[in-house]
Design a binder for this molecule. Sequence first.
Ligand code: ADP
Ligand code: MG
Length: 326
Amino acid sequence: MTDRSPSNAGGATDTTAVCARGLGKSYGDTVAVRDLSFDAEAGEVMGLLGPNGAGKTTTIKMLTTLLPMDEGSATIVGLDVAARPDAVRRVIGLAGQSAAIDEKLTARENLEMFGRLYKIPGGERRQRIDHLVDRFDLGEFVDRIAETYSGGQRRRLDVVASLIAAPPVLFLDEPTTGLDPRSRTELWDEIADLAAQGTAVVLTTQYLEEADRLSDRIVIIDEGVMKASGTSAELKEDLERDVLEVHVTTGTDLARAVEVAGRVASGVSSDPADAGLQIPLKDGSGQSLAVLRELDAEGISISDFQLRRPTLDDVFLTLTATGGDR
Ligand SMILES: Nc1ncnc2c1ncn2[C@@H]1O[C@H](COP(=O)(O)OP(=O)(O)O)[C@@H](O)[C@H]1O
Ligand SMILES: [Mg+2]
């Protein structure tokens, strides 16, 4: 399963799977994507994380030849997207937010159609379809025509259709939106398997948990602009802070407490509702004691305190204007 050895002849194994440089797109006056650059390598899941309207779908559409880019350029396994759209289409799979499903066909017929489109030989095609139908639990509706499907069933079929050809580069635009928790977990496993076999996966999501769990690399975008990129560990580290939460016993001490804590830390915030302070610290365990000592020396009584590590939520909320619009 983890065999990534390039035993197949002619594989351009050191070609970056997805290379986006300075992508830009506007719809009239709306700048949807601005100067966006990132890479995804074979065997890697690249998570494009951002709230609603961040520009995720626009980015995916540009990379998959569905939308011309206004600015910048991109290559997929070395093929220029603008210059060679047909060649690019042959090496990518896409599960978009609007399905390319034929309403009048059953799920099995749709999958057969996709398999033929990608010229997968009959035996292998049936095997692959059976595997995916089983894996994604399409059994109950696989022989019903698509126009009768629920939103979740349609979503599952859309994703499975993109997996049929096992293309070297796979784009998944919010693949788990509308999936029940079990199907979501199945899809995560399948995506991880595909990456382990060498597929490059570009995945968009609004879910921090999903990006955190699946992605080797995360690019956070908001309002069309990249806010940060790195592994989830790097992003957490980039924030360079633990958070010391302190509650003072007497609410009227709060303003003075903010000032005192400000001698050690910058960016201290307070919440009068619960007489609490949030104190960002670069070195939480080292600096907490200094903060608490200062407060004590000033005669400010503390009812409780707690040191916590930043979560990816903290990163996301700090970096995006709107926060996770979920
Ligand atoms: N066809 C369109 N016409 C006009 N504006 C659009 C169109 N598609 C998207 N937008 C706008 O572009 C921005 C980015 O949208 P989109 O790429 O769909 O974001 P996301 O997929 O992250 O939710 C949003 O402000 C959205 O309203
Ligand atoms: Mg979208």
